[in-house]
Design a protein around this ligand. Structure first.
Ligand SMILES: NC(=O)c1ccc[n+]([C@@H]2O[C@H](COP(=O)([O-])OP(=O)(O)OC[C@H]3O[C@@H](n4cnc5c(N)ncnc54)[C@H](OP(=O)(O)O)[C@@H]3O)[C@@H](O)[C@H]2O)c1
Length: 240
């Protein structure tokens, strides 16, 4: 498959959780900064062309649960993808198969990093939503009828947007579905020194019915590093 190099980069508690009440403590903030600098900003270890997130992560981190103001009577948009920008240095790729996210502009800001948004839709997304994205100048790719066509998505990210290195940026559902689909070469975890013991919060990897299964995957340990602020940086290659 003609695709970018794909790594997953996440910050977790020592019990492998990616959210929870621990997010409010100062230790989380210090480690989140370290996590950012591994993949973003000047002198980062990774050179990321784009990072990809699931719909729930975009909702929690960026659109803050807003619903899109869709005009159901919008004029029919042309068929196919909408490519607003190419050859930028940073893209945020948002997997939102039905078109639920309430974006309000075509760029987002993550700390010092600005990125152009690429929405990944399926044919389930309606005309009004696509018209709204066009109005906002947000690129969109249609990849699949009802479910995500991974191969088509990868081909478009690589050939149209020239994305060579793609980061899986969560959440657990997105990460695991890509690992199960064989679309992850490496996993990078900043395990930070806290936990909250919650039984209801999200883990680094999670199955979701219809998207992924619990087929075990093994990893080769490549790197272990003690970081400032009590974090441990682990890097694994995904065994094929
Ligand atoms: N600690 C960290 O580094 C970190 C990083 C990122 C996120 N997070 C946290 O993670 C939590 C959200 O994680 P989550 O696992 O619940 O959700 P998620 O992976 O962000 O989003 C899941 C949703 O994305 C869409 N999706 C993902 N993979 C898909 C695939 N292969 N095919 C089709 N659709 C796909 C589906 O949307 P539909 O339901 O619309 O079909 C799915 O229900 C948030 O609390 C966030 O703050 C933490």
């Amino acid at each position: 498959m003609n695709r970018p190099y794909i790594f997953c980069h996440m910050i977790t508690s020592i019990d492998g959780k990616i959210d929870g009440t621990h997010k409010q403590i100062p230790e989380r903030g210090l480690n989140a900064k370290d996590f950012y600098h591994i993949a973003f900003g000047e002198n980062s270890y990774y050179q990321v062309d784009a990072w990809l997130s699931g719909r729930a992560t975009s909702e929690a981190g960026f659109t803050k649960g807003k619903t899109p103001s869709v005009d159901e009577n919008a004029a029919l948009v042309p068929e196919g993808d909408y490519i607003a920008e190419t050859d930028l240095s940073k893209y945020y790729v948002s997997v939102d198969p039905s078109g639920k996210l309430g974006w309000e502009s075509s760029n987002l800001q993550y700390r010092d990093t600005q990125a152009h948004i690429i929405e990944v839709l399926t044919e389930k997304a309606n005309n009004g939503y696509k018209a709204l994205l066009r109005e906002l100048n947000i690129s969109y790719i249609i990849a699949g009828k009802e479910t995500l066509d991974y191969e088509l998505l990868m081909e478009k990210l690589k050939n149209t947007f020239h994305i060579e290195t793609l980061m899986l940026g969560g959440g657990g559902v997105l990460n695991w579905s890509f690992i199960q689909a064989g679309l992850c070469d490496e996993v990078s975890i900043l395990m930070a020194p806290f936990a909250d013991g919650s039984a209801s919060t999200h883990a680094l990897f999670q199955t979701k019915e219809g998207l992924s299964e619990d087929i075990p995957v093994t990893f080769d340990l490549e790197h272990v590093e003690k970081r400032d602020n009590g974090g441990v940086w682990l890097r694994y290659k995904v065994k094929k």
